[in-house]
Design a protein around this ligand. Structure first.
Ligand code: C2E
Ligand code: MG
Ligand code: MG
Length: 728
């Protein structure tokens, strides 16, 4: 840039802008005058010689008259090289114009001085920054001129610049850091806090500054914070890492992981604390949720077995110390399957949740309620004084379920049975308790449901016996000790045998004949019932096919096989029946399957589906034990069996009376109205037979004619016929 003053400057040799710092420096004076000049500056030289600062004298034309050793060293030239050269030639090109302007100004004001920082280019090309005071000395030195007193501030400025870079780097790292950070003084008071920290705790920087973290630390965790600060001050810890809780300004509690590191000076003295934090609330929540999930049942939110077992263990330890009793109650919903089947699984789930809430409502704070699985709940009652307390607990639980539940828009009655076991913690192990409660539960179910039963050691024996029985039964099935016997089914009008009911017989090597009423229910507790059931089917079908082959008269004989509820829900049932029939001579129409209403307890829709498949295949159904237990007419209508087998309790009741007769007659006429054949079980006397015949009952079976007989005896019975022998 060209300044007006520069153009008007006649005294300066050459334009400063024409000069380049690196170009050979021009001399304005000869060698002779140079020497003279040096001499004339002897006084100045004395000062300049040992000065750490740069000291130069230039005349009004800018020509160097004197340069002290520091100046020469800075420029990288010798005294000889410097004297007489143009001082502007040493300037950085960008500074020339400015300095030139200042120079002209100075020449207008004798004794005036100007202070500036200028850049020079040394002989080696290095740029250095010189803080310069230029004074127009006029008469103070031998030659009127300008004294330049300068200080090389290159290093210092570089240091400042570096410091600035560092500062900026730190500012970005601190202020813009996503990690919440604060700096605290030796009293642990905040003197710097970044945005992330303020956002995390919801307080403004102003609210945080100058305070320790007490106002926003969760009260219980103030101690943790102080202790960590103290440990670092005392040098017990180089760095401290801990988890604490803050209470945000909005009241929300958050968990943070804290890393506290002290900043020290060169001597290792602590200056302040650098604290960086991490909000771990979400992680904690997730972890808590996971551990909650591991210990709780997802459907009902109740404790699960794992947690229950743990509580049981604790309760046992507590009783060992403090004495007293505790009890385990195993609660099983009665006929819960029915709800699942009729209303769907969603409603079933809703009912389980509703039951859980009711039970939870009556659970004492010291007790534990858990979902054991399916429709079973476990209750641990602690601090009991007597078994009576356990009974009261059981009653409380049962009472909680008395009111009907409202599920899927309907009212559902849901009772439960409970097995209770009480312990003083000494004899039984924790697993025994649940097992004993289970044994007692079995009794409660057996005694008619909707009740509780207290475990007694004899029950345990019974359970062991049942287990043993099943084991032996399994052996019997293999060793051939199980047999099928056949009881004739009689046409009450003609007294002809129309078929046989296959009934299982077990000849135990020690106990003798074990009645099916004993071993069938035991087998139903395990999968063994499936094997027994198929054994019965195969045996009966093969026996019945042989009768057909040997006797003319028997061509329409049918065989009636009892099926257990469990078997009815075995997915292989239909195909097994088809296969066994296909391998035999028996036609499908000759097979009757006897079922009781209990088959529908497990799953109504599945039951109907299986019945439909077998029905289409040509199999006939008989509804066994009709009128016993909890028979309902709706089941009769639902299942539509071809044959109704009227239970023995109607046929040969303990007391024969007219009311019973009326009932029997009504059942027979109902069966006929529904187009079903009625069969009377357990006819023992001619009077019973006559009465049934008079009501129009078509079929009958009973000891009046014959008990069940081995298959080998059937052909003889068929040959002989029943009429003469039995009735007379
Ligand atoms: P159920 O199917 O009702 O069989 C009729 C039962 O009444 C048989 O008892 C039979 O012996 C008995 N009975 C027949 N006539 C008379 C009589 O005039 N008076 C008296 N007091 N009883 C009579 P059993 O053989 O002891 O069988 C009992 C139950 O065991 C059967 O009742 C049936 O539910 C079950 N059962 C028998 N065999 C099998 C089988 O192979 N599979 C399955 N699942 N259950 C079977
Ligand atoms: Mg039967
Ligand atoms: Mg029966």
């Amino acid at each position: 840039m060209t300044s007006d003053k520069a153009k008007k400057s006649p005294k300066v040799q050459g334009s400063p802008r024409d000069k380049t710092p690196k170009s050979p420096r021009t001399k304005s004076t000869g060698a002779k005058s140079k020497k003279a000049t040096v001499e004339r500056f002897a006084a100045l030289e004395e000062v300049g010689q040992n000065s750490l600062d740069l000291l130069l004298v230039v005349d009004k034309s800018g020509s160097v008259k004197y340069a002290n050793p520091t100046s020469l060293a800075t420029f990288g030239i010798s005294l000889e090289e410097s004297i007489g050269t143009d001082a502007f030639a040493y300037l950085h090109p960008d500074d020339v114009e400015r300095v030139f302007t200042q120079f002209l100004e100075l020449l207008q004001t004798p004794r005036g001085s100007i202070r500036d920082t200028v850049r020079i280019v040394a002989a080696n090309g290095e740029v250095r920054e010189i803080e310069l005071v230029s004074t127009y000395a006029l008469d103070s030195v031998a030659v009127a001129g300008i004294i330049l007193n300068g200080r090389d501030v290159t290093e210092q400025n570089n240091y400042v610049k570096q410091l600035h870079v560092l500062e900026e780097r730190f500012r970005v790292a601190f202020e813009d850091n996503m990690a919440p950070m604060i700096f605290t003084d030796l009293d642990d008071r905040v003197f710097a806090a970044n945005d992330a920290f303020c956002n995390m705790i919801g307080f403004t920087r102003e609210e945080v500054m100058g305070r320790d973290s007490t106002p926003f630390t969760y009260p219980e965790d103030i101690g943790i914070t102080e202790a960590s600060h103290r440990r670092i001050l005392r040098g017990e810890e180089g760095q401290s890492r801990y988890v604490k809780r803050y209470v945000r300004k909005d009241g929300r509690l958050i968990y943070v992981e804290v890393l506290r590191s002290p900043a020290r000076d060169e001597d290792g003295k602590i200056l302040y604390n650098v604290i960086s934090e991490r909000d771990i609330t979400d992680e904690r929540t997730l972890a808590a949720e996971l551990s909650h999930q591991a210990l709780h049942d997802t459907l009902t939110g109740l404790s699960n077995r794992v947690l229950f077992t743990d509580r049981l263990e604790q309760a046992r330890a507590k009783i060992g110390r403090d004495g007293g009793l505790y009890a385990v109650l195993l609660l099983d919903l009665d006929d819960f399957k029915g709800v699942n089947d009729s209303l769907g699984h969603l409603a079933g789930d809703q009912l389980l949740q509703a039951v859980a809430r009711r039970l939870e409502h009556v659970t004492r704070a010291t007790d534990t309620l858990c979902r054991f699985g399916g429709d079973e709940f476990l209750y641990l009652a602690e601090g009991l004084n007597s078994p009576k307390d356990a009974e009261l607990t059981a009653t409380r639980l049962l009472d909680a379920l008395v009111e009907p539940f409202s599920v899927a828009g309907t009212q559902v009655e849901q009772q439960a049975s409970i097995g209770v076991t009480v312990s003083d913690g000494t004899k039984s192990e924790k697993n025994d308790l649940v097992r004993n409660a289970d044994v007692a539960l079995y009794e409660a179910k057996r005694e008619g449901k909707g009740r509780f039963v207290l475990f007694t050691p004899s029950m345990h024996q019974q359970a062991v016996d049942r287990f043993e029985l099943v084991r032996e039964l399994r052996q019997a099935l293999q060793s051939g000790d199980l047999k099928m016997h056949y009881q004739p089914i009689v046409d009450l009008a003609t007294l002809e045998i129309v078929g046989f009911e296959a009934l299982m017989r077990w000849q135990h090597p020690v106990r003798g004949w074990v009645p099916p009423n004993v071993f069938i229910p035991a087998a139903e507790q395990s999968d063994l019932i499936l094997d027994l059931g198929y054994f019965a089917l195969r045996e009966a079908i093969s026996a019945a096919s042989s009768w057909k082959q040997s006797e003319d008269k028997t061509k329409d004989l049918y065989v009636s096989v009892n099926l257990s509820a469990r078997q009815f829900h075995d997915p292989g049932l239909v195909s097994i029946i088809e296969t066994v029939l296909a391998q035999s001579e028996l036609s499908r129409e000759q097979l009757v399957i006897e079922i009781t209403e209990s088959v529908t307890l497990l799953n109504v829709s599945e039951t109907m589906n299986v019945m439909e498949q077998l029905g289409r295949f040509g199999i006939t159904f008989a509804l066994d034990d009709f009128g016993a237990g909890y028979s309902s007419l709706s089941y009769l209508l639902l299942m539509q069996p071809k044959i109704i087998k009227v239970d023995r309790s109607f046929v040969s009741p303990a007391m024969e009376n007219s009311r019973n007769d009326a009932l029997l007659e009504a059942i027979v006429s109902l069966g006929h109205k529904l187009n079903m054949t009625v069969l009377a079980e357990g006819i023992e006397t001619p009077a019973q037979f006559e009465r049934l015949r008079s009501f129009g009952c078509e079929l009958g079976q009973g000891f009046l004619w014959s008990p069940a007989i081995p298959k080998e005896e059937v052909p003889a019975m068929l040959r002989r016929g029943l009429t003469a022998s039995a009735i007379s």
